[in-house]
Design a protein around this ligand. Sequence first.
Ligand code: ZN
Ligand code: ZN
Length: 574
Amino acid sequence: MKRLLWFAAVLGGAAGLTLVVSMPPARLALPSAADAGGVAGILHIHTNRSDGGGAPDDIAAAAARAGLTFVVFTDHGDATRAPDPPAYRAGVLCIDAVEISTTAGHYVALGLPVAPYPLAGEPRDVVEDVRRLGGFGIAAHPDSPKDGLRWGDWNAPIDAVEIINPDTSWRARVVEPAIGPRLGLVASLVTYPFKPEETIASLLGEPTDVLERWDSLTPRRAIVGIAGVDAHAKLAPFDAEPGDNRYALPFPGYEAAFRTLSVRVHPTRPFTGDAAADADALLGGIRAGHLYTAVDAFASPAAFEFSAESGGRSVWQGGELPATEPTISLRVKSNAPPSYTTTIRQGRGAVLAERREQEFTVAAPTGAGVYRVEIRAADRPGSPLWIVSNPIYVRAPETRDPEPERQWIDSAVLFPSEPLGWSVEHDPGSTADLELLPDRTGARMHLRYSLAADPLPRPFVAIAAPVHTIGPTDRLALTVRSEQPMRLSVQLRSSVDGAGEERWQRSVYVDSSARQVIVAFDDMTPVGVTRTAHPPLDRSPTLLFVIDATHAKIGSSGQLWIERVALVRSADAR
Ligand SMILES: [Zn+2]
Ligand SMILES: [Zn+2]
């Protein structure tokens, strides 16, 4: 008994000591400013419709308590569910968006209508689809330590990048080789009940890689930088898959997460109380990059403005001025505490100004440049980020000539041609009917297909033809249309001596207007595991046009017309 008391006392003492040693400093309460520089809200929230712990109404109520004006729900999905119309719940504007899983990372998409087919597959395909459908996409948690979650395609024309994500921060600590970050995580379990938002904020790492990546892309085109809270209202104690709730702890709660950080957006019009119009104005402000991110758990409520002025013209953050202007002045204004440092950065690394004043103006160097502001809580260990602005872009006039239209030379016409070596392939549950339609100019292939409703084995329908020689061509030209918008997977299949078959694919968008699409063979990527990154062109492969469960709903049916298939090479690559 005595021994047990001793043990309890030692344990209690250790917990108390942890509490004293690792308790994060309290949030600084700032006087409310007349203009915070935007409406406060947060994006990237999971509800109980996917792997979140709360219902939309409860989440909105938590956001209201945390003082937020808007929230964006981003449940996992493929965009085929109709998003809820924008609505005020508990006085908070609730916008329904989606977090799409690609083969290399998650893409959060706002402002999408119902997608005509599941959005999935390669990041570049999802980015293209979101763009075509008029949505706005954010590469989510690009620094995630988990392979499947980390964004993997920086050439794709993403609209935005998620620069801070607390969910990723703790995941990163779990996999750190050093013991310190993991001990911090354990200590946070002790301090969380006393200072929830300060504890979450203390776990935010420095997003060095993400900011560097962002700075490397913005000289070419505008990309919005934005925080996501990635709130699930639960925490897996180790590196579990998202959605694996078996060992999840019911915190951090939504309210604590919402008190930790926020995004302040300048809507394109003032809010009127009409949810649809306000959502539109908010999304307009987000698209334009008229927003900043604030870690409220350090000091709040934040007030911040970053603008540039030249010859009577003035732009907000996210805006652009021509580099031909003789003098451009950059102006920063905030309610930063005196101990905080405000930095205007020019692209990667270069610091244009570092001040402790709340308000100052500096002249931009002549010529093109991309400028953004960081304010750091210099009184805290490691001077963590308090505010991150969006850039102001000073651009030189576009001097690049438009890319010349490339000409293609047919090397081999595969359709219409003699003999017609085309056939269909499908899984046992799916059906396919391929017929040849006579045409004035020759013939058309017409495919009617119906995919099995059973997801296993993965249903597919394909049109296939052997190709005897591919060289010296490097591309395929396909003229095709479909009954409804869809993605078609163009594939090459080779048999490998003694090792079965390997496939490579490139997915193309097809709709009811007949169009020629060009697929470069070295742009194809492996289906499953292959021994080479791109298809070898020296074997006699099989060419396939595949409709599968990646982009088509299981149980769906449709029609496809193919007018022409040819192996081509570029006219200038003789
Ligand atoms: Zn995600
Ligand atoms: Zn998420």
